[in-house]
Design a protein around this ligand. Structure first.
Ligand code: NAP
Length: 496
């Protein structure tokens, strides 16, 4: 159970502690933030509402711990990461249980998230020792007018303090996808977990604590993003921000100083379906892509753009599969569970009602109880409806019927988002042309959009992000290139 067994140290009465300077602490604010269980709508957990002074302290510690961490051999950094990964996987049950209670993620998927996170940490440790163990050696005489009098040596150096802010939907996985590359590269790390997901993150951080990382190198500050977020993101000690979430990322990027940013933001992933597509394959992927974790995935299929001639058949196939989705508590592994909050459910309902007023065809009856929204496919959606463009982040999927592939590509490219997209066709040549024309960070051919496996590059264009994720890209983003040039008094050419 969460907060028990090896984890008792992180709980103070009924409020979870925050982590600073290698110690689990109670905030001097005397205040806590409630975490409401999305399914029961009752307070499930409480976390500390940290103060600005506590943030200052954490930053000071992070700066000084980083100096010695950067002098720790790579193999030793990797060893500690492997240890943390093993502890995390050994303790998957209580962490997964917190995910179920905080974000209503189905129990099986919650376990998968923790295990995948352990694998990501290990992979990152392995990749780090290789890519950080290599540099470049350049010779001056390849540039016109130069003799071979300069030897240039490059290596990758850490940035300093990395601030990591993950979102609620994959709080553990998207936290470690920032923590592991930051640490292997020699940075220190300050984590601000999402409020819904904070308790899972605190358990995960405890696994790093048990692995024996130096004091102050990793910290976890809890509190509402709206209250403590600006102070954290504009803190002068921060040398890099790795953020995943919604539009908040756009405002952070406008306020942040001259530091590297890794921003993974929202998406409106389009699924373009051609006449020759295998419609059974498309229907299964629409269900998996559109409705898993109740549509609360950045890479969920968020709009289907289907050629009119096959639209009726596809909609029938998807409808039949929607009817089989189970709806209910995450503990029972239902396919559709409550969305994260009442405000999120209200927002989704607003999109649905707008589509209703404007004449979309409802393939199922709209049904909602509290934060639980039954899966809904909306056919004959038109571009004047909000749901054609906005990200519902819920189990509600619009279908737009198109008369040509160009119409589909144009719709996809008119979006302010550009995360992923997918195309279904048996013609690989057409698929490649469509992929090239789509203004998105990734295009999947004959499968639903997805992040991962976690070493694949993952990036959004336009309002969907800055920089690229994926183990190697994250390590590179969290380092800088340093060069040393050896100047020789006379040209020297190495002879064979
Ligand atoms: P969100 O509301 O933007 O929150 C993300 C994180 O930002 C949370 O930790 C939140 O903390 C924090 N935050 C809020 N205000 C802040 C501020 N002023 N300064 C700094 N941090 C602040 O997003 P969400 O609702 O958790 O997640 C859903 C969104 O994430 C969707 O748009 C989805 O598409 C996107 N997403 C993108 C990716 C990707 O890789 N592209 C992956 C997953 C999700 P609190 O919880 O305390 O408010």
């Amino acid at each position: 159970m969460a907060g028990t067994g090896i984890f008792t140290e992180i709980l103070d009465g009924e409020v979870y502690k925050y982590y600073s300077d290698g110690e689990w602490r109670t905030s001097s604010s005397g205040k806590s933030v409630a975490i409401v269980n999305p399914a029961t709508r009752k307070t499930q957990y409480k976390v500390q509402a940290c103060t600005q002074e506590e943030v200052n302290k954490v930053m000071e510690m992070a700066k000084s711990a980083q100096k010695s961490w950067a002098k720790t051999p790579l193999w030793k950094r990797a060893e500690l990461l492997h240890k943390a990964a093993a502890i995390l996987k050994d303790n998957k049950a209580p962490i997964a249980e917190s995910l179920v209670k905080e974000i209503a993620k189905p129990a099986k998927d919650s376990v998968t998230e923790v295990v995948r996170s352990g694998d990501l940490i290990s992979y990152c440790a392995e990749e780090g020792v290789r890519i950080l163990g290599e540099g470049k050696f350049l010779l001056s005489d390849s540039f016109p007018g130069n003799e071979r009098t300069k030897y240039c040596l490059t290596s990758k150096i850490p940035l300093g303090v990395v601030l990591a802010i993950p979102p609620f939907n994959y709080p553990v996985n998207l936290a470690v996808s920032k923590i592991a590359p930051a640490l292997i590269a020699g940075n220190s790390l300050v984590l601000k977990p999402p409020t819904q997901g904070a308790v899972s993150c605190l358990h995960m951080v405890y696994c790093f604590h048990l692995a024996g990382f130096p004091k102050g190198l990793i910290s976890c500050i809890t509190g509402k993003g709206s209250e403590i977020g600006d102070f954290l993101t504009m803190h002068p000690a921060v040398n890099c921000i790795s953020f995943t979430g919604g539009d908040t990322g756009i405002s952070i990027s406008k306020k942040a100083g001259m530091i590297p940013l890794q921003m993974e933001l929202g998406g409106k992933d389009a699924c373009i379906v051609l006449e020759d597509a295998d419609l059974d394959l498309v229907a299964s992927n629409i269900i998996k892509g559109g409705f898993s974790y109740s549509g609360q995935r950045c890479t969920a299929v968020k709009v289907v753009l289907v050629i009119e001639s096959v639209a009726d058949e596809l909609v029938e196939k998807v409808k039949a599969k929607v009817a089989k989705l189970t709806v209910g508590p995450p503990e029972e592994n239902c396919d559709i569970t409550a969305v994260v909050s009442e405000s999120s459910a209200n927002f989704i309902e607003g999109l649905v009602m707008d589509a209703k007023e404007k004449g979309a065809t409802f393939c199922q009856e709209y049904k909602r109880e509290g934060n639980l929204i039954w899966p809904l496919l909306l056919d004959n959606v038109r571009p004047d409806m909000r749901i054609a463009w906005e990200e519902p982040f819920g189990p509600v999927l619009p279908v737009l019927r198109i008369s040509s592939v160009e119409e589909g590509i144009n719709h996809c490219n008119a979006s302010n988002f550009g995360l992923q997209g997918c195309v279904f066709t048996k013609d690989i040549n057409k698929a490649m042309l469509i992929s090239d024309a789509m203004e998105t960070g990734t295009v999947q051919i004959n499968s639903a959009p997805a992040r991962g496996p976690d070493h694949f590059p993952f990036q959004g264009l336009k309002d969907s992000g800055i920089g690229s994720q994926g183990v190697t890209n994250s390590i590179n983003l969290m380092t800088k290139v340093k060069t040393t040039v050896i100047n020789l008094p006379t040209p020297s050419y190495s002879m064979g």
